[in-house]
Design a protein around this ligand. Structure first.
Ligand SMILES: Nc1ncnc2c1ncn2[C@@H]1O[C@H](COP(=O)(O)OP(=O)(O)OP(=O)(O)O)[C@@H](O)[C@H]1O
Ligand SMILES: [Mg+2]
Length: 250
């Protein structure tokens, strides 16, 4: 197979602050992520995990270096193109991105579709469909604030899914959950990876969750210090073998 990586980072650096306050959060990161792969980003607090994930997801820009999507340099895209790409092709499960607490579960899940300009009846149909996947149809009319932690996290997953994304980015998706609820959220993410072929990029401190991913990269002081070779040699079985359906194309 000669498929280009869905996402690649080349010589990425990110420097926050100026002069004596300068922090080199990423220091020459090279990385390739294949379509349908699940990858864990691990490392100590402050090692650059969230920074790397935000840059890969176009939520932040690197100080230098390039991000490629399907082999094409994406750093040249216009803001509007980047916003469109993010809205249509990426899903996010971030704790700090939590939804509008006073709005209903349904409205929160429909939001990405509203941004994408999809009409209301279709928005509702698709939102109910993903709420069914996360087993929360009965909470559609509930205010997001009135849910348990695990239910909130499942709403986040539903919202991440609603655009049929090619990639889901998750930053500590099970961080605040008890082990049983955490396992349910985790199983759901891997089910989506296997059955829909959605690429998963997960930042986690949880060794078990990291071990479930096809690949783990370890960050230390903004550098990848350990990662199996990716380019050329796929670390995942080809989609056919694992029964993976093709995810949406970027
Ligand atoms: N907006 C910012 N301004 C200045 N420095 C920042 C900013 N965001 C992150 N940093 C610094 O960059 C480094 C990497 O931060 P990052 O948030 O990527 O770490 P992390 O690995 O996600 O940590 P954690 O596990 O605690 O979430 C840290 O030293 C942090 O203090
Ligand atoms: Mg972080």
């Amino acid at each position: 197979m000669n498929e280009k990586p869905i996402l690649a980072a080349k010589r990425l650096t990110k420097i926050y602050g100026k002069k004596s306050l300068e922090v080199k959060a990423l220091d020459g990161v090279n990385l390739e992520i294949n379509r349908g792969e699940s990858m864990a980003i691990i490392g100590k607090s402050g090692s650059g995990k969230s920074t790397l994930m935000h840059i890969l997801a176009f939520l932040d820009t690197p100080t230098s270096g390039v991000i490629e999507i399907n082999g094409k340099n994406a750093t040249k895209l216009k803001t509007r193109q980047v916003n469109r790409l993010r809205n249509r092709r990426f899903g996010f499960v971030f704790q700090q991105f939590f939804m509008n607490a006073r709005d209903t579960v349904l409205n929160n899940v429909m939001l990405p579709l509203k941004i994408a300009g999809i009409r209301k009846s279709e928005r509702k149909r698709r939102a109910m469909e993903v709420l069914e996947i996360v087993e929360l149809t009965d909470k559609a009319k509930t205010r997001a604030n009135d849910l348990s932690g695990g239910q909130k996290q499942r709403v986040c997953i539903a919202r991440a899914l609603v655009n049929n994304p090619a990639v889901i980015f998750a930053d500590e998706p099970t961080g605040n959950l008890d082990s049983v609820t955490g396992a349910a959220v985790e199983n759901l993410l891997f089910k989506l990876n296997k059955e829909k072929g959605i690429t998963l990029i997960i930042v986690t401190h949880d060794a078990d969750l990291a071990a479930r991913c096809d690949r783990q990269i370890y960050l230390k002081d903004g550098k990848i210090i350990k990662s199996p070779v990716s380019s050329g040699v796929k670390t995942v079985s080809p989609p056919g073998k694992r029964g993976v359906k093709k995810g949406g194309r970027i």
